[in-house]
Design a protein around this ligand. Structure first.
Ligand code: PPE
Length: 307
């Protein structure tokens, strides 16, 4: 990982190597913290633009509300800090990771009044599943781990501890030689991938899982909008793993993964085993959107000055 110069920690800029926490940090022991993942792209006109910044910050605060963590900064302050961290590190294109965690103090599952801390880190992050996957599609496998039941872990919040489930699933399938894990919900329906939402295309109709046991992805929302604006029918409905096997196309969406085609699931080729037509169209539209090439969607971009 390429280090940047500084990290924003609780309102201050700290050199990368000095951005440390105490070993009694509550979140480190028990996993209750929340985070976001945001991308900034170098846009067509040369300016840098953060994609859907306000929506990500809104979700950060929603995650905190669900997790009952009070963020000691306003949304505006966090937004400004996201912009600052790019500016001071001279990053024109980057992934931004705001992290809200419960600091040192008492141990035990009840954090009492341990301080809430906020860090914002930015670094260069290329294609999440690799350039090859973006172009030719990824190979996925259904994991033996299921996605959380919302009465155990609430998936609408991007809670640190929720990701134990993702790590286990991802490790399981990558050890078997696959690239990405698909997780079913507790009733056996498809939920999402370890760090992405999932879509299928059948006979020209686009389907994705409803926002029940998934993280309601901002990329998912973007792709639904783009598809609907192009006249496609998009259905949010539960489906089973075998519906994926017989789909014409399958793709994953996420800030990190962007729009990644899936060419194989559980050793079955999807369609002809190559990225599908609609997937490619939506992927292209997505990249044009985040790079500010489509005027109708530039309201989603926060352009940075002085870069
Ligand atoms: N589901 C999960 C479980 C998930 O982690 C992500 C994002 C999504 C869906 C898509 O959400 P959105 O980014 O708003 O479209 N995963 C983030 C973290 C990946 C990581 O390995 O870290 C991301 O893409 O930033």
């Amino acid at each position: 990982m390429e280090k940047a110069k500084t990290i924003w920690m609780n309102g201050e800029l700290v050199p990368w190597d000095e951005a440390k926490v105490h070993i009694l940090t509550h979140t480190l022991h028990y996993g209750l913290g929340v985070f976001e993942g945001i991308r900034c792209y170098k846009c067509a006109d040369g300016r840098s633009g953060i994609f859907r910044l306000r929506d990500h910050i809104d979700r950060l605060f929603q995650s905190a509300l669900i997790a009952q963590i009070e963020i000691p900064f306003s949304k505006e302050e966090i937004e400004e800090a996201c912009k600052d961290i790019l500016r001071v590190n001279d990053l024109k294109e980057a992934y931004i990771r705001p992290l809200v965690f419960i600091g040192e103090g008492v141990m035990g599952v009840h954090p009492h009044d341990n301080p809430v801390r906020v860090a914002i880190i930015a670094w260069k992050w290329g294609a999440y599943l690799g350039e090859e996957a973006l172009k030719n599609g990824t190979r996925a496998k259904t994991s033996s781990y299921i996605r959380h039941h919302p009465n155990a872990m609430m998936t609408k919040a991007k809670i640190c501890g929720n990701y134990v489930n993702s790590v286990l699933a991802k490790r399981e399938v990558t050890r078997l030689g696959y690239d990405e894990a698909i997780l079913l919900d507790s009733e056996g329906y498809v939920a999402e991938a370890s760090g992405e939402n999932i879509f299928l295309v059948k006979n020209g109709i686009i389907k994705t899982t409803p926002p029940t046991t998934i993280l309601p992805g901002i990329t998912r929302d973007t792709v639904i909008r783009l598809a609907k604006d192009r006249g496609y029918t998009v259905i949010e409905e539960r489906f089973t793993r075998d519906e994926l096997y017989i789909a014409d196309e399958v793709f994953l969406t996420g800030t990190a993964a962007e729009v990644t085609p899936v060419r194989e699931i559980d050793d079955r080729p999807i369609g002809n085993g190559k990225p599908g037509k609609i997937t490619k169209e939506l992927q292209e539209l997505y990249f044009k959107t985040v790079k500010g090439e489509l005027p109708e969607y530039t309201h989603w971009i926060t352009y940075l000055l002085n870069l």
